[in-house]
Design a protein around this ligand. Structure first.
Ligand code: ADP
Length: 605
């Protein structure tokens, strides 16, 4: 443990990437939660801010969860609840249902600390449901135990016992003997409160046997004290006294330096038992010890019990003055505690109010996000409709212009140079607009494409057919197009149409930007689990300053000696199509020497 802490401290001193630092901070905070809560709070605050700055959502959720734990320990219940709720909604968003259930359980515990038992129960029940749906029996059993304790505090011992019994069934399956013992001990006390003494003894004996089995001396003492309470309630005072005495002995042996609430309560109960047996002197001895400790540790409820019993003992002893003094003390402390309780209730109401505010704010944010999402979907739909309709609206008249000029040329068989020039210009304009339209449509189709439908494609044959497509273009410039696929039977998973578009664009560019009689090559090889496709030309090349913007939409290089037509969209289409296949594209070029475009595609996309 100490070594782990030292290692984590060391790591914090070193430079770490932010996400790793968030994780280290949280791990260390986890170790220091009980031993140094103030330092722990500092660590989680740093983790939280760092995670926020780097939009590390899981790191942020964990930091908030730890903040919730440590602020509970520091007694800052309001802040603790706030952090817990934030962690909860983040885990919900992230779909981390396991952690969601854990935070629900902690929120239940915090509300129980605050005495807000119905809210506490609500969280515990939600946690139980969640753990159950995750089939996490360990989580479910622990939450059932907490729910049981909360029912018990709320005075519903019957429900408490039901929860404990369900927990026990699970704990038996899980073979968790310690928690079984704890659960049986709790059952024992609640059965006694219900007046079901036979069941109470039975449960107590189960707890005892299990604690003995695990050699848990302290657990045995706690159970002896519980069984003593059963005896006291069922008026078996002699039995109660021997059980309480045995419990005290056990407490002393197992934790010699501690005198906690459980032990003080046993002292008080011993006093009560002696008082019932009619031995005020014995009672006085135990009660005085219990009172001294309760006052020292400010355990007001136990002190109240002591004053009340002491007053009765003095009355039994025939000392009305002392009895009155103790009654007065009992009343005064009672009133003080009630006043404090009222104040606490007020403070709790404020926390609850703030919490409700926080919850409604997070609901508002969620609604806002959903609204934004709907708006985005509507806009996308509008844009698609717009593209679809306008391209049709443009395409139809454009086709009329194209065919009309062809018909005109055929009918007129012009010899007049001016008429020929006008017709050439019409046809040139027509081709340009049609190309632009095709490119824009291609881009729009790529962008709105849902998940890619993949097919297995044998590259050699597929590329041969693509080369055939650009054959006419190449032959017109006497450019030789070479294809080489290694190994020749290479197969990839891709969307053939989309990828074909990308390769055709690269090939037409290579042909366009290579002078007559040049050479264009397509080389394909398998490199580990990637396929590398290269389109190589020995053309005019690209100036280095143009490279960074080459894949931008509508970007074109204009300083070539001859003007070459284009839309500036071809390479954007290449990039988008390749990235949709999970691949990358890069370019290397030497002006005057040639250009190489390299596509790297995962072979299983
Ligand atoms: P365009 O329609 O202009 O060809 P692209 O997006 O396909 O649009 O290409 C953008 C620019 O990149 C082109 O204008 C051209 O200057 C340059 N380019 C693309 N491929 C090559 C190549 N193989 N050789 C030289 N320049 C190229």
């Amino acid at each position: 443990m100490d070594q782990q802490i030292a290692e984590l401290e060391l790591r914090l001193e070193q430079l770490q990437p932010p996400l790793e630092r968030v994780s280290t901070l949280n791990q260390l905070a986890d170790h220091l939660l009980y031993s140094d809560p103030l330092r722990c709070l500092k660590l989680v605050t740093e983790a939280r801010e760092l995670a926020k700055a780097h939009t590390d959502q899981p790191g942020l959720a964990l930091s908030l969860q730890n903040q919730c734990y440590v602020q509970r320990i520091l007694g800052e219940h309001g802040l603790s609840i706030q952090a817990g709720l934030q962690a909860l909604s983040l885990y919900m968003e992230l779909g981390n249902r396991q952690q969601e259930a854990t935070v629900l359980r902690v929120l239940g515990q915090i509300y129980a600390d605050l005495g807000e038992l119905p809210t506490a129960l609500d969280y515990h029940l939600r946690a139980i449901d969640q753990f159950r749906s995750l089939e996490d029996q360990n989580g479910e059993a622990r939450s059932l135990l907490y729910a049981g304790v909360t029912h018990s505090h709320a005075g519903d011992s019957q429900e408490a016992v039901n929860c404990y019994r369900q927990a026990i069934d699970l704990l038996v399956k899980l073979d968790n003997v310690h928690l079984q013992a704890v659960a049986w001990n709790s059952c024992c006390v609640d059965y006694a409160k219900l007046g079901q003494y036979a069941q109470a003894y039975e449960a107590g004996n189960c707890a005892m046997a299990l604690f003995q089995q695990t050699d848990d001396r302290y657990g045995v003492a706690v159970t002896q004290s519980s069984l003593g309470e059963v005896a006291l309630r069922s008026s078996d005072y002699q039995q109660a006294i021997s059980l309480f005495e045995a419990a005290l002995k056990g407490f002393k042996e197992s934790r010699p330096d501690v005198l906690n609430a459980e032990m003080i309560e046993t002292l008080l109960n011993l006093g009560k038992a002696w008082q019932q047996l009619g031995n005020p002197d014995q009672a006085l001895g135990w009660l005085t010890r219990a009172l001294t400790e309760a006052e020292k540790q400010q355990l007001n409820l136990l002190a109240i019990g002591c004053y009340q019993t002491l007053a009765q003992v003095y009355e039994d002893k025939g000392d009305p003055a002392a009895a009155l003094t103790h009654y007065k003390r009992y009343m005064a402390l009672h009133e003080k505690v009630m006043g404090e309780n009222n104040q606490r209730t007020l403070a709790n109401l404020r926390v609850m109010y703030e919490t409700q505010e926080a919850q409604s704010e997070s609901r508002r944010q969620k609604a806002l996000r959903e609204h934004e999402q709907q708006r985005f979907e509507r806009l996308t739909q509008l844009r698609d409709d717009f593209l679809h309709h306008t391209t049709h609206d443009i395409k139809n008249p454009l086709t009329i212009i194209g065919t009309s000029s062809t018909l005109l040329r055929m009918r007129l068989k012009p010899t007049d140079e001016k008429i020929i020039e006008y017709l050439d210009q019409i046809e040139y304009g027509f081709t340009r607009i049609r190309q632009l339209l095709e490119d824009m449509l291609d881009l729009a189709r790529l962008e709105t494409l849902p998940a890619l439908q993949l097919e297995s494609v044998a590259l050699q044959r597929w590329l041969e057919s693509i080369v055939a497509e650009v054959k006419a273009l190449a032959e017109a410039k006497h450019i030789h197009v070479q294809l080489e696929v290694l190994p020749p039977d290479l197969v990839i998973q891709c969307h053939p149409l989309r990828l074909q578009q990308a390769i055709v664009n690269l090939l037409t560019n290579a042909i366009k930007y290579t002078p007559e009689k040049g050479l264009v090559q397509i080389r394909v090889v398998q490199v580990e689990n990637q396929v590398r496709i290269q389109v190589i030309d020995n053309g005019i090349g690209i100036p280095p300053e143009a490279i960074p913007r080459l894949f931008d939409r509508f970007y074109r290089v204009h300083n070539y000696p001859v003007s070459i037509e284009g839309t500036g969209l071809g390479l954007s289409i290449v990039k988008l199509a390749v990235e949709q296949h999970g691949g990358t594209v890069k370019v290397e070029s030497e002006p005057g020497q040639g250009t190489v475009f390299t596509l790297l595609l995962p072979d299983d996309v």
